[in-house]
Design a protein around this ligand. Structure first.
Ligand SMILES: CC(C)(COP(=O)(O)OP(=O)(O)OC[C@H]1O[C@@H](n2cnc3c(N)ncnc32)[C@H](O)[C@@H]1OP(=O)(O)O)[C@@H](O)C(=O)NCCC(=O)NCCS
Length: 161
């Protein structure tokens, strides 16, 4: 990883730059939701290289039953800065942070056809969870879980525990 790369909490002044990264990273339909998530509940980790934000991860925490969980809701790196380990650093830091705060497991999700993202999360130690695996964990509360992670049609859920 670039020694100039730092990971920090988002500042209000990052907003415009993060919206540029969103525009360059997600299909039109998802851009609105990704942008909206930047100033909604949860925290945003930003990776900064040479004074500029180059990627971000939106993290949320939620409870299902008596247990606490975490989710990496959105993750994107500016196209010019990809394949440099930036998303890996964001996901590792985010996962550690969420677990340190008491998350029993950390989830992520990606569109079924987003092969890059699915391969990326597998590399980071996340494994795919089908409906049955999630049902074993949550039972009827699975629908509460789907709502908490903003599950969208066509997505695959991944878990790190
Ligand atoms: C997915 C994404 C976040 C990865 O960011 P990144 O900073 O380039 O990822 P990293 O450099 O940490 O990649 C780590 C590993 O993931 C895999 N990977 C990442 N991008 C890949 C690609 N385009 N093709 C194949 N494998 C890839 C590789 O194994 C890579 O390791 P390597 O470079 O040593 O081979 C980035 O491509 C992106 O922003 N995509 C658009 C938004 C998106 O799909 N977000 C995820 C769903 S919310």
């Amino acid at each position: 990883m670039d020694s100039e790369l730092i990971i920090r909490q988002m500042l209000t002044s990052d907003m415009d730059r993060l919206k540029q990264i969103i525009d360059a990273s997600f299909p039109r339909f998802f851009r609105f939701f990704a942008s909206h998530s930047l100033d909604s509940e949860g925290q945003v980790l930003v990776s900064e290289a040479h004074g500029t934000a180059v990627g971000f991860a939106k993290l949320v925490e939620f409870h299902v039953g008596g247990d606490k969980f975490g989710c990496i809701l959105w993750l994107a790196v500016h196209p010019q800065f990809r394949r440099k380990g930036i998303a890996s650093a964001l996901v590792n830091t985010g996962t550690e942070l969420l677990k340190h705060n008491g998350a029993r497991a950390v989830f992520a999700s990606a569109q079924r056809r987003n092969i890059v993202s699915l391969a990326f999360f597998s590399m980071q130690g996340f494994r795919k969870m089908g409906f049955l695996g999630l049902w074993r964990l949550f039972g009827w509360r699975i629908f509460e879980f789907y709502r908490d992670i903003w599950f969208a049609p066509g997505e695959i859920v991944l878990m790190h525990n």
